[in-house]
Design a binder for this molecule. Sequence first.
Ligand code: HEC
Length: 105
Amino acid sequence: MKRNTFMQLMAFSAVTSLFLTNAVMAEAPDKARIMADACQTCHGPNGVGSGKIPELKGLEKSDITESLLGFRSGDEKSTIMGRYVKALSDDEINMLAEYFAGLDK
Ligand code: HEC
């Protein structure tokens, strides 16, 4: 009886700590992926653009950051991106740039 309870406790804490570690480690990449999903509606899966929408694939992180900051400030003319990027913080722009720059490398 006592042994059983101990084993249950051990199993429970093992599962809990596994869960917590996963949650902490997965947070940043998950956020980038979720946000990037929205970009891929236009820029295509894996950042390969279609038609008039430019490709994100193959761009350097600094190119992407510069474009997004330019769209946000209005220095770089845009039809769509300016409105879109206004909602993003510097951190989020940085995170997205890193995500797209890291595709297929
Ligand atoms: C509604 C469609 C749409 C969505 C959603 C969208 N984009 Fe764009 N993106 C465009 C278009 C169109 C352009 C060309 C500039 C313009 O006219 O706005 C562009 C241009 C860009 C450029 C400049 C590329 C270059 O080579 O000059 C970058 C970088 C970019 N988008 C990143 C993103 C990121 C990151 C997201 C997600 C936060 C995103 N876009 C979401 C349509 C979209």
